[in-house]
Design a protein around this ligand. Structure first.
Ligand SMILES: [Fe+2]
Ligand SMILES: [Fe+2]
Length: 282
């Protein structure tokens, strides 16, 4: 089985040229499965445009949402169009319309390989313990003039309408992934998350702002689930914008984010797509 993996294509920031390049290069790779691991766009119109353009590039296409894909203005969130609504209703419906398998909604079996997945959320397990931050900084998402914008635009209410903490969202999505792994009968499994599942995939930098934001990049509990299930042979993630391809014991852990145009070191869209996408033969 040939997989073409990408994530973090951020169409709203990067422009339509990126989608044209992805289509061209994905088609050339002739994959069985195209994996899109979140952060496509905040606009539903652009999300659907991406699904419809990429879907014909492979026999199957699987998707997990990114944090930017579940953003909405707080005014709309208060009217019921919050992050749970986008994750559990809007995005699965759009995937169905485009013929894309939405792993946030259900696992997908192809031959002897099961695809399980989730957006996932950060539980602060990857925060830098050496960084001195004021009380409540992680809960507020504010530090040294920085604002982590999920705290504004990703509103996950509980059943009483109260905003859930990041830890509570992370635990709910970790539990969903655990449920998918236990219900999936496949002998081989590919795990797809938007949030980073393994500490080893993080890029550490000395800048205090960078160190602060590391807390919002991953969830080690997702990686623990993958490590505990001997059927998981490949994991695909995004979110960090730092690509990696690591062998962690029996697991191959890949992160293949395109990232923002400003992060491409002057490369063209064609070069950035070629550098960041991964073709993996299982
Ligand atoms: Fe991203
Ligand atoms: Fe992200």
């Amino acid at each position: 089985m040939r997989i073409f993996a990408t994530s973090d294509i951020h169409l709203d920031k990067n422009g339509p040229e990126v989608l044209d390049e992805l289509v061209r290069q994905a088609r050339a790779a002739s994959p069985d499965v195209l994996v899109l691991a979140g952060d496509v766009a905040t606009s539903p119109t652009q999300l659907l445009e991406a699904f419809l353009a990429l879907r014909p590039c492979a026999a199957e296409m699987v998707y997990v949402a990114g944090n930017h894909d579940v953003w909405n203005h707080p005014d709309r969130a208060s009217l019921g169009q919050h992050a749970w609504w986008r994750l559990d209703q809007l995005l699965p419906a759009m995937c169905t319309e485009a013929g894309v398998r939405c792993l946030d909604n259900a696992p997908f079996l192809l031959g002897d390989i099961g695809f399980v997945g989730t957006l996932g959320w950060y539980d602060l397990s990857m925060r830098d313990p050496e960084l001195d931050v004021p009380e409540g900084a992680y809960e507020r998402g504010e530090f040294g003039g920085l604002r982590w914008m999920d705290h504004v635009y990703a509103v996950f209410p509980d059943e009483f309408g109260r905003r859930m903490s990041a830890l509570a969202v992370a635990e709910r999505l970790r539990a969903r992934l655990a449920g998918q792994l236990s219900s999936c009968g496949a002998p081989r499994i590919v795990g797809v998350t938007h949030m980073v599942p393994f500490q080893e995939q993080l890029l550490r930098k000395p800048h205090p702002g960078w160190r602060f934001c590391q807390a919002f990049i991953g969830h080690a509990g997702l990686g623990e689930l993958f490590r505990a299930d001997p059927r998981v042979e490949l994991t695909l993630a995004g979110h960090t914008h730092h690509g990696s391809d690591l062998q962690l014991g029996r697991l191959r852990a890949v992160c293949a984010p395109l990232g923002y145009r400003g992060e491409w070191s002057g490369q063209t869209a064609a070069e950035a797509v070629a550098r960041t996408t991964k073709v993996i033969d299982l």
